[in-house]
Design a protein around this ligand. Sequence first.
Ligand SMILES: [Zn+2]
Length: 114
Amino acid sequence: MGLTQIKHAARLLSLGQLSKICVWLHELIRRAEDSDRTERPPSRKGTLAERTLDNKTYRLESIRCGKENCKCMRGKLHGPYWYSYTRVGNKVTSQYIGKRIPKALEKKIGSRSE
Ligand SMILES: [Zn+2]
């Protein structure tokens, strides 16, 4: 069936039927968008740079906050921000640093991507 025929058929429907189709169409579109999304890497974060110093790993990351309707869900991620990851035993703790790493630390690890 072509789109024109579907439109013709839709004109014959009652308001109740039309709103049911409307809900159904939105559901269909949402699912199509979802499957579109899963083709991208599943990772919540994008790592732009990584540095290791002593027992810490510093990462410059773009963040997806996970909120619906947020700009990050459309690919405009937050940040990037620096985080430090420290491994203690088999536990990894992360700490937010900020948009820039402190000058003293920057000297040690360098802030530019190589
Ligand atoms: Zn967000």
